[in-house]
Design a binder for this molecule. Sequence first.
Ligand code: FE2
Length: 324
Amino acid sequence: MPAVTVENVLTLPRVTEPVATAVSRAVRSVTTAPQGFEGEGFPVRRAFAGVDLAALDPFIHMDQMGEVEYAPGEPKGTPWHPHRGFETVTYIIDGTFVHRDSQGGGGVISDGDTQWMTAGSGLLHIEVPPEELVVSGGLFHGLQLWVNLPASQKMSPPRYQDIRGGEVSLLSSPDGGALVRVIAGELDGHAGPGITHTPITVLHTTVAPGAHVRLPWDPGYNALVYVLAGKGTVGPDRRPIRMGQLAVLGAGDLIEVTADDSQESRSPSLELYVLGGRPIREPVAAYGPFVMNTRAELVQAFEDFQAGRLGTIPSEPHPGHDVL
Ligand code: FE2
């Protein structure tokens, strides 16, 4: 059960039912995210694996982190690592991450919070579970999305936005069948808290069993639907989709999703991460933690990192969990 929810969806502002002539975006592909490990070994699903970058634009990469129930002593994070040229959007559905960077920034995100980090010209950072979660173990589930920056903004100064779960705009689908959390951008005129360099919309939507949802979607944006949990169908042809799968949708005015009548007991609803943005349409040269426009810029990023120009690891011990 996601941390941010409401008792009665019908008390929320409602998304307008799209007009009858609105075109439902057809499914172009459904892919299954391979499972792997990140950082010190926390389990992830690589949501965008096997999908052409042009279809993802302005997004680059997305990991579903967990869902995992850690035993005491087991929770894991990442070591210190650099980024340049894009933004990371980390959404914690359940659990806690402590983050810290080479510029002296940092904080704690948990249970519905989002940390929006514009890496821009570059920094080093670390993300780890807090000491008490390491000791106790417990549930951990989140997402990390990489949003590209246009060439003109790749070298902008690093910036953070810590978005608390309570700041997210909560909406209801027209008939109350779905709870929509607007994390960034806007849906049907309802704005979420995330401020983005590249125009995008990011939603976490919980669809009740059997509910059918039609969300108006900016025709200038691409449209991606990733299933965090549960099963259902997507698009006008009702293509089946289940946990760990990504649907890339084609052109149109709205996104259509239906939750299956029966869901697994551990996840009683269909949980979706729905995202789209205005494509940047620039060449992408991406390698490891850097996303640039040319190979020469990637080489420069590595040289700057090795020379310490993206920052250096602070010497004092980490207050939460020492992984060095
Ligand atoms: Fe990172």
